[in-house]
Design a protein. Sequence first.
Length: 491
Amino acid sequence: MAEEIETTKINLFLAPNESQFDQLETWSISVGDQRYDLQYPDLTEAEFKATIKALENHQQAFLSQLSVEQIVTIISAAAEKWTDPEYKERQLALKLLPVITGYSEETINLEIRRYMRLFRAKELRRFLNTELTNPAILDAFQPQASGSLTKAYGPKTSFHVFSGNIPGLQVWSLVMTLLVKSASFGKTSFAEPLFPVLFGQSLLAVEPKLAGCLAIFPWEGGSKPAVEEAAAANTDATIAYGSDQSVKKVQALVPDGHLFLHYGYKISFALVGQESLATDRYQGTVNRAGADVAIYDQQSCLSPQCIFVERGGALSPKDFARALAADLASKQQRWPRAELDDQQASAINRLRAQFQLEAIDDDSLTVFSSPKKTDWTVVYHNQPTFTSSPLNRFIHVMAVDDLLAVPAYLKPYRQYLQTAGVAVAPKRLLPITDALGQAGLCRITALGEMTRARPGWHHDGHFNLLDLLRFTDIEPSAEGLAEHLDTDVEW
């Protein structure tokens, strides 16, 4: 008789009233000898409207009444739970996310540990103070240097269209709207529908009343046009993540006068100065570059697609490319790359073959690639330019005489530029980064830290909280007249 497989039911959704859904769809996955039935409703337009009405009511009755410091405390307490290796939701994420996303358990474990610490109270307060000199402006009218009293208001409800390329990124969007006292309706992708629900459950464990302020549902983009149109029309703000094409489709649903924020396709790269390639330093530089390429297989917009390496160091740019290939081979043993579908693998094989063919007659090109499959690829270019990558640990290394020449190669891509990871000496840091800023870059960080943006960074060059807020001013004249009309004061 066959041994019965243990089955655990997991909700892939959050709703103010989960009992309203009589029938649930099931997505079953297996981990070892255990099966998990991931459940979610086939959301209808009527169910959406009931959900959004509940969000509006709970936002008004509860979330809007909290101080921003109380919200920080709740979020921080939820994040602190994830710093415990034995925490149930963290253990569940480590079991299921590798199966759902294809990323290794080692990668997910390492990045979750680092990422969730960004949402502790001290980090959230730093973030708030970066954009709001006095965060209490979210709670009540505050005096300004101009003489006015000012209060900031966030959207009462927000519609989030999440991408599914990186586990956990959805949490940042949810936290951002919570801080401005906005209830959230989130659409997740089946590429990664789990993490935001698990974090939402952590928030509810800290403050059960938040259950009425969060709703998260998975569905395939475009498969529920009536729900998507209603979501964009019946919330105060829409925040969309994903490809430029998917973002434009969402934008078309947003009515005039409604707030729309979007985070589409972006390109990042790295710059390696000759001083970081000294005999006693180059190995560390190579390791940091390899980490930026390997973490989540370049799926993040923050990951490098190209590395500009300056001539003049103890390690030549070509030898850097060779060393980077060896480092990626080593990382493949520790953090295996996710398995690719046929289309992704074909894109890499096609580009590999193109460069290998060109290299036969062009000694300025060299291709270093994994001996099996498409695990990693490094293409060395002796003649610098800028070229994109098919991702999945496919990286270009460009030799340059001077890093200050790099911005000239970026001009055609200005609208897509985002992050640069740099490894240069102090006296060169500001001149190089200023040139990059003028070229269109919005974030410059250390090599090895490219995928780990800090709270308060200006995402795509813009504000985070401020772009969600509107402000109301009480001018001194109104306050003065009110004082004049106080019957207890004799004028």
